[in-house]
Design a protein around this ligand. Sequence first.
Ligand SMILES: [Mn+2]
Length: 274
Amino acid sequence: MANYAIGDLQGCFNEFHALLQQVDFNPSKDHLYLVGDIVARGPDSLACLDYLYTYQDSITVTLGNHDLHLIANYFLNKAANPKDKLGPLLRSEKFPAYIKMLQQQPLALWLEEQQVFISHAGLNPAWTIKEALKHAQFATDCYQSTHAHDFFNHMYLAHPSTWSKQLTKFEKFRYIVNYFTRMRFLTPDEQLDLSYKGAITDSNAMIPWFNHPRFKTLKKDIVFGHWAALEGKTSHSHIHALDTGCVWGGKMTLLELSNKQRFSVNSTNFVSFN
Ligand SMILES: [Mn+2]
C-alpha cells in the first residue's frame, strides 16, 4: 500500500491520469491525497471529478479556493466565470452528486502514520498543528451544515485582520478559509496579505508563510499546493510545494508520502493568456 499526494489538478485530467500510471496507482490498495483546486481554468474539470467520484473511497481532497468557489456558486446559484471552462461539468447530470462529494472533503488533514500535514495553501505559522486542525474542523462543520448557504454568502467579504473570540461565526469561517485556501504572503506583523501578487524578495515587507521563523523548529512535513509561481520549491526540505503550474504549461507533481520521492508529468496545455 502506498500513499501519494498530488498538486493542483485544475482540470488537467490527461496529466493527472499519466501521473497515476507512472506510479502504478492502485485504488484498491493505495490512497491518494489531492491538495485541492481540482477544477477550473484547465480543459477537463468534468473528467477529473468523474475519476474522483469513481474512486472516492481511495481519494481524499483538502479543498482549495477553486473547489470552494464551485460549491459556493452552486449554493448561491451564481454563474461560473467562462474562463474556468466549467460548462460540461455544470451541464452534467452528475453535477449535484459531485458537489455533495466535494462538500464532504476536509480543509486540512494530519496523517498520523506518515506525520504529514496537508492543506491547499499551507499552515498558518500562528497555529500549532492541533489548533489548525481544530480551526479546519470548525470551517468544515460550517460548509457541511444545513446553513452552508449562509456561510458561502459570507465567504467573500473583507478578511478580518485579527483573530478574536469576538468575531462572528461568519467572520471566523472566512478567516479560517482564507488561511487554508488563499494564503501566500504574511505581513511583518504576521497578518495574511491577500492583495500582494508580487515576487518573493529579500526584503521583510512580505514574507512567504513558510519562511516564518517558526518553521525552522517545527520539523513536521507540510504538503501544500496553490502557489504555482514557487515552481515546487520552498527551500525547506520538510515543506513540500506541489503546485507546479500544470494548467499554466508547467508540470503536475506527485509526492510519495513515505519516502518523499517526487514524480512529475509535463503539461500538454497550450497556454493562452487571453
Ligand atoms: Mn488555489
